[in-house]
Design a protein. Sequence first.
Length: 76
Amino acid sequence: MPNDYFEETKQTNLVFWSLGQMLKGAGYAAAFVIAIGLALWAIYLVGLLLPEESRQTPSPFGALDAPYVAEGHDLA
């Protein structure tokens, strides 16, 4: 008695295998994207726990606007 109940050809078997591999990769990609989203959401929630004063401090990027040379110098 043959074991091939559905009488799959080699081509059908290959199509099912390749479809399974593509779905497996899509599942891995979805899990990766969801993990990144959860990490960003966790960072956001930690930011909400910070006191209000920490949100009103000046931006640390303001130092990038500082002049390169002190005023009164010949190069300024």
